[in-house]
Design a protein around this ligand. Structure first.
Ligand code: ZN
Length: 136
């Protein structure tokens, strides 16, 4: 597994794991990688930022940002858990109210969604809200 720091056309930076270095080139070329902030698919590798030592050891801006984003997702996205593929499809075809959802897919489900032209962006584990799955 290789971790890349990626950057979208709007200069949002985010980290994504890939199985092989060639996976990034392949997925980026096919527009399969979307910015988690703005869903832009013009993604390129960002230079790794050198770590900056600050005198203030009590706050970590990166962790603050992650916590904020995680809360934003928890507040604004519906957790549909393992039903993600079905729900994304239902929303795409107008069978379910349009809204932002997150959940789990198998790699196979993710591929099927992509083949049907349904946008689903990988959510880095670190941003997945630590909430219990909603039982319907
Ligand atoms: Zn972006």
């Amino acid at each position: 597994m290789i971790k890349y720091m990626l950057k979208c056309a709007h200069a949002h930076e985010f980290e994504t794991w890939f199985g092989h270095s060639r996976d990034f080139d392949d997925q980026a070329a096919r527009g399969l990688i979307a910015c988690p902030y703005c869903e832009n698919t013009k993604i390129e590798k960002a230079p790794m930022a050198p770590s900056v030592r600050t005198s203030n050891k009590t706050t970590n801006p990166h962790e603050d940002m992650v916590a904020k984003m995680r809360k934003n997702i928890a507040d604004n996205f519906d957790n549909v858990g393992e039903g993600f593929a079905d729900e994304a499809r239902a929303i795409h075809y107008g069978d379910a109210p349009e809204r932002s959802i997150y959940g789990q897919t198998t790699p196979e489900q993710a591929r099927e969604l992509s083949e049907e032209g349904i946008d689903a962006l990988p959510l880095p584990d670190i941003l997945a809200p630590r909430t219990k799955r909603k039982l319907n």
